[in-house]
Design a protein around this ligand. Sequence first.
Ligand code: F6R
Length: 613
Amino acid sequence: MCGIVGYIGNQKASPILINGLLRLEYRGYDSAGIAVMESGEISVMKDKGRVKNLYNIKGIDDLKGTVGIAHTRWATHGVPSKENSHPHKDNSGEFAVVHNGIIENYSDLKEFLTDKGYKFYSQTDTEVIPNLVHYYYNKDEKDDEQRLLRAVSRVCKDLKGSYAIELIYKNKPDMMIVVRKDSPLVIGKGYKENYISSDIPAILSFTKEFYLIDDNEIAVLTRDNVEFYNSDLEKIEKKIENIDWNATAAEKDGFDDYMLKEIYEQPNAVRETIGSRLPEEGVCIFDDLKFTKEYLSSINKIYIVACGTAMHAGLVGKNIFEKLCRINTEVDVASEFRYRDPIIDDKTLCIYISQSGETADTIAALKLAKSKGAKTLAISNVIGSSITREADYSIYTHAGPEIAVASTKAYTSQVVLMAVLAIYFAETLEQDNVAEIKELKRDILSLPGKVENALKCNKRVAEFARKVFQEKDMFFLGRGVDQTVALEGSLKLKEISYIHSEAYAAGELKHGPIALIEKGITVVGILTDPKLVEKSISNIQEVITRGAKTFIVTNQELLNNNFEMVIRIPEVNPLLSPIVSVIPLQLFAYHISKEKGLDVDKPRNLAKSVTVE
Ligand code: F6R
């Protein structure tokens, strides 16, 4: 759960490294550091705190080296401190390493090295890596060009867990080695220079040409060249991927925060997700999927597996798949699914949703399903991400980079993509609900405009947020699909405002939680499904009677209105309503966080990409 950057070229490395780290802070931001090759020595500068604190380190501006590695950390082993910050050197000071991931057997490795006389100065798991490299490098009697590569490869055989590692060696100042397993890492190719990063946007302003490194591959970088090896040290060829993203797409575009920018990007994100998959005439098109009627008819269960917001998108997807395709669909949290021996076989289709494509639990859950013979389909926003490389099939949301830790446009585009996918399934299966599908297609195509319209509530939501931002607890209530969006609204609020909230099926309230309703508490009600609105209103009246303040999101005309605030959103097919009704909820969490003066984009204890268990 950290970000790493590397540079080898002819420019001063430190500004490039720090620039890259600043763009990777969403991966972690409790400490940061860089190591630069400096006149025959490795100069390490690091400290606790945000990346920008690096600018305060004395001497950092004077570094002239043109080869370096860098790291922004989110603590897993050892508290955030200067000692635990990366880069870490071995005892001799000859090797420096940055690492993202977790070395699960680091205690055993530490014991092994301690027995050999190595000393440890941090509480991290990472510190075993440079010392192991030193150990194997010196044990190797053959002093040839491959010696360092052999040492790194040998170390990897000892490591259990996940890692993306960059290594520099003082006596080989014109090269660097990187390796990955279950942690993201890309190489950007320049002219007489090469870059490394945990993700593409961080170095997109420097290059558009990338190599995507796969698990257990090692790359040796010089200024002019990148060579790739498999774990047996056989040379392998990799093709360059041209990434046609606009670097400015990753900037804030004049908004105060990435989150607000991303909330406002949703009409476009939804449009991009639909893309050319849903022609106004004719059947739905998925270029990357070649499912036949025979195959889809053989599926007796769909599992949708994901974490957090992506899992909430899955809950909406379940309704759509069941309604349109009549296939039994279950949703599970990846961290539970992977350990609960789920019943799956070759008749199960497992769909994995992950914005980043790097979530460790989701990837592990996917590997489990594959091992049991199920077909796997990944829905991700990141081209070439780990999950898409593991899955049998991958489709992309095309929502553009999401930088804010709290996910917004990824959620709406995931739901849209599942709706389009369900239509594709239903059409391939030749279901007899042609009229229903035709209407749903029309509704999907109208979504960008409806989301745009829903954004107009911003000012009124901000007004309500000003009234309630000091509260300690809130409730989110809804029935049917509105309950799934209640879960998402409640998660957004918790994440960025640190206000405790509960999301409940409105009808379940009187079976316990109503005991918590007292005068002044805020209850958010989502009322969009015409069949259920009356019932939900009765539940809302029960909380009003007990003194609650109510914030209502609805697409219906509500008579007899004794609610504190009503946000009216455009009406849409109930299957799709979360794509519109989530907008006021995202804005609500956003404005409360701003009123409290919090860092909206980087909430405490959270990181954008959860690449460890
Ligand atoms: C919430 C949020 C998280 C992610 C979850 C899965 O705002 O962002 O709950 O949805 O960590 O992440 P991905 O989709 O990258 O697998």
